[in-house]
Design a protein around this ligand. Structure first.
Ligand code: ADP
Length: 300
């Protein structure tokens, strides 16, 4: 089984002609409310592909929390691990201008109250998980507790988003660390190097057991610390309309296939196809494919 530990947010989206200046009010379009948050996104992406998936997260005892629980259940996610209360559900307040640019304020709310104690209390979920996938929209000490709660033989997939410095013992538990270009540059700082191959090797040197660098339309690079090889995995060519959630779809697919026993390159070859499918449709969770909607492998 796959266990996703992470954030669940309600994305509140309003279209505006222009952003208000300080002290000003502007009128916008009707409100659209979408389920989001990287943890919620990954859980839905995996379940929609057919993965047995549980979500460990925290939402508020409010209408947004109920909406998020409902969307998880509708996708087939096991939600017994979703804790309720302690703060309002996390929200992202998003304005979109006519050029499509976003301005976003995130209120982490209940996500910031997912504690190490909550992780310790969820031992049964960890016991049942072959793969645990985590991101950084929850407190870092909670992520560190996840790294320490892994049962023997299970695998930790970590996407450092939003990027933040990670303690060595957390990095050392990642198998793989999954980063996009922006996260790779953040983690490497000045020592980034100029090619994705160089990033992958430099990231491996930080201590994870393996690394996956996602490269948008170019697919991904897989670097395994055991062999030291860096293997390119091309993505199918598709007409991209909205890349929101592509990384979450990729990581969820990767984590699921690793849990089925595939090696990292095989799992990434499936994950790029799922990421490619996700960019052909608008939205985040709305864009995630079922297994039969995943395009064929890229021709190499
Ligand atoms: P993020 O969404 O985190 O920025 P990427 O942009 O690297 O991550 O996208 C993740 C994956 O989604 C890629 O590895 C690729 O498989 C797929 N993908 C993203 N953009 C495109 C695109 N324009 N065409 C085809 N596949 C894409």
């Amino acid at each position: 089984d796959l266990l996703v530990v992470g954030s669940a947010n309600a994305d509140l989206v309003v279209g505006v002609e222009r952003r208000p200046a300080a002290g000003e009010t502007v009128l916008g379009s009707d409100l659209a409310v979408h389920p989001g948050g990287k943890g919620g996104n990954q859980a839905v992406a995996a379940a929609r592909l057919g993965a047995r998936t549980a979500l460990l997260a925290r939402v508020g005892d409010d209408a947004h929390g109920r909406l998020l629980l409902e969307s998880q259940r509708a996708a087939g996610v096991e939600t017994a691990g979703v804790l309720v209360g302690g703060a309002p559900t996390g929200v992202a307040l998003i304005t979109v201008d006519p050029s499509g640019d976003n301005s976003i304020v995130v209120s982490p709310g209940a996500n910031a109250r997912l504690t190490p104690k909550d992780i310790r209390a969820a031992g049964a979920l960890f016991g049942a998980a072959r793969v645990v996938s985590v991101q950084l929209e929850i407190p870092l000490e909670t992520v560190a507790e996840v790294a320490g709660a892994m049962s023997p033989g299970s695998r930790l997939v970590l996407n450092p988003s939003p990027p933040a410095p990670l303690p060595g013992h957390v990095l050392g538990a990642c198998d793989p660390l999954v980063v996009n270009e922006h996260e790779a540059r953040y983690m490497l700082g000045e020592s980034a190097g100029s090619t994705p191959q160089e990033w992958a090797r430099a990231l491996l040197a930080l201590g994870p057991r393996s690394v996956v660098v996602t490269l948008g339309a170019a697919g991904a690079l897989v670097a395994d610390g055991r062999s030291g090889d860096v293997v390119p995995v091309p993505s199918p060519k598709v007409d991209a309309v909205d890349t929101t959630g592509a990384g979450d779809a990729f990581t969820a697919a990767l984590a699921w296939r690793l849990g089925l026993g595939e090696d990292l390159t095989e799992a990434a070859a499936f994950a790029v196809r799922v990421g490619a499918a996700a960019v052909t449709r608008r939205g985040a969770q709305e864009s995630f494919p079922t297994a039969d909607a995943v395009p064929a492998a890229a021709e190499v």
